[in-house]
Design a protein around this ligand. Structure first.
Ligand code: F0G
Length: 456
């Protein structure tokens, strides 16, 4: 088979700023050993996130110029609304400035003390919004999803037996919502099958529980369904998406992922009374319902991006480029979550650095080593992000210690990916010399963004 090439050519370029390893030692120390606190210009290959970091297309930039900035009833809103309606089938579309603003509006209305929100795995901002509203979030990931080295097609699935028994145990009235994250970001960018969504939907409908999709990476998930699930081979991505959304009551979305936008999000749903509640909240926190915290030009870019993201040439290249990194790491025996996911590769830092215990943050140690070695910025998804303390103040580790290398959409080329794998392999060769970290400052919520560390 011939090389799968980037399905675009480059019209405008952004120079990379090269640093030396001596400079990076100082830069990382100045950032208190937290890659979030580095300046982006001091990073060579920035894989911190695939969120808001996409390269927009010529059509999207043209759409930016066409954006209608009218306060109410802008043309760009109606374009955005009809695109979301066409893909999801939901009648009501509420724009927000990003995904977590959509979550905040939803969970402030339906959450509250004594309520539970069940999921395959809640993303950290989703969990934070649920907890901020006084509810409790519960992750019910399928068993395969918990074994990093296991190859299975749909490791993002929710555990259906656990879903049924948890609804029974907590009482359906106390379950504010079931929300399935596609793809499952915190669990390795792994997809959820159509069958799993359909059966979760049946369980929710029988129990009278609201069922939503966290749709940030819906197109990538639909691509995996097409590739891996019997009955979907050769189907158009939009048809797979429409079927998927039809099983749920609504969705929240960060348009910073599978809409190629640098900002934006939305809630979409059918229920009129919930829509009214969400819109009432929207005008207080975001803006008028036809712009909701966005400029008209952003709405236009999102509408165009939502269609482009479903193009098959794009998805083929997108998923292949992450698989490509995985193949190179396999050759070097480097442990990562298998199979490679939709938007990122997740190195298994616990297996990479078995001599660093969870409370000394092996994921952070690896993320920092990648920066020092080659100016690559990834993100720890482990005990820094998800670790907690018990009543005695002792650390409770996260389920997995990962470093996520999230690949921005349409931004880096194959030679950037080759450079990346060379850096990872060089760090792997000196892994025994790496040491852990301890926290010197942490915020009460979402501590990973601002925490400061000291080397051990
Ligand atoms: N849900 C999922 C599954 C996400 O991955 C994110 C963001 C959000 C919700 C929130 O959206 O950032 O627009 O407010 N994930 C980014 C990431 C931050 O790096 O994975 P947002």
């Amino acid at each position: 088979m011939r090389t799968i090439i980037e399905p675009f050519r480059i019209k405008s370029v952004e120079p990379l700023n090269f640093t030396t390893s001596e400079q990076r030692i100082e830069l990382l120390a100045n950032a208190s050993f937290n890659p979030f606190l580095l300046r982006a210009e001091d990073v060579i290959i920035d894989l911190l996130t695939d969120s808001g970091t996409s390269a927009m297309s010529t059509e999207q930039w043209a759409g930016i110029m066409r954006g209608d900035e009218s306060y109410a009833g802008s043309k760009s809103f109606y374009n955005f609304q009809s695109t979301v309606q066409d893909i999801t089938g939901y009648k009501n579309v509420i724009p927000t400035h990003q995904g977590r603003a959509a979550e905040s509006i939803v969970f402030a209305q339906i959450g509250g003390k004594g309520k539970f929100v069940l999921s395959n795995t809640l993303f950290d901002t989703t969990r934070a919004n649920i907890e901020y509203a006084g509810s409790e979030g519960i992750d019910l990931l399928c068993e395969e999803g918990k074994v990093p080295s296991l190859v299975a097609p749909f490791k993002g699935n929710i555990n259906l037996e656990a879903l049924e028994s948890t609804i029974r145990e907590k009482g359906a009235d106390n379950v504010a919502m079931v929300i399935i994250t596609i793809t499952n970001n915190s669990g390795g960018g792994q997809p959820v099958s159509m069958e799993n969504i359909r059966r979760a939907s049946e369980i929710c409908r029988n129990a009278g529980v609201l069922f939503f999709i966290d749709a940030c990476r819906f197109a990538e998930n639909c691509w995996f369904i097409r590739q891996r699930e019997p009955g979907y081979e050769g189907k158009a991505i939009i048809d797979i998406a429409r079927e998927l959304f039809s099983y749920a009551d609504g969705c929240t979305m960060s348009a910073k992922k599978d809409a190629f936008a640098n900002i934006g999000g939305f809630v979409a749903l059918n229920d009129e009374s919930l829509t009214e509640q969400f819109k009432n909240m929207l005008v207080v926190t975001e803006g008028f319902p036809t712009y909701g915290g966005l400029a008209g030009r952003d709405l236009e870019a999102i509408a165009i991006g939502l269609r482009e993201v479903m193009e098959e040439d794009y998805l083929l290249y997108r998923i292949r480029s992450i698989e490509y990194i995985g193949e190179k790491l396999d050759m070097a025996g480097i442990p990562y979550i298998k199979p490679t996911g939709g938007h990122a590769l997740y190195i298994d830092a616990a297996a990479f650095l078995p001599h660093i215990p969870a409370h000394e943050f092996p994921g952070l140690a690896l993320a920092n080593a990648l920066y020092l070695e080659g100016g690559v910025r990834g993100v720890e998804i482990g005990s820094v992000m998800f670790g907690k303390y018990n009543d005695k103040g002792e650390p409770i580790p996260a389920a997995m210690e990962l470093v996520r290398l999230a690949i921005p959409r349409r931004v880096y080329t194959q030679s950037h990916m080759d450079y990346l794998t060379e850096v990872i392999i060089d760090v792997f060769e000196k892994r025994e010399s790496l040491r852990g970290y301890k926290i010197s400052y942490e915020a009460p919520l979402l501590r990973h963004f601002t925490a400061r560390f000291e080397r051990l």
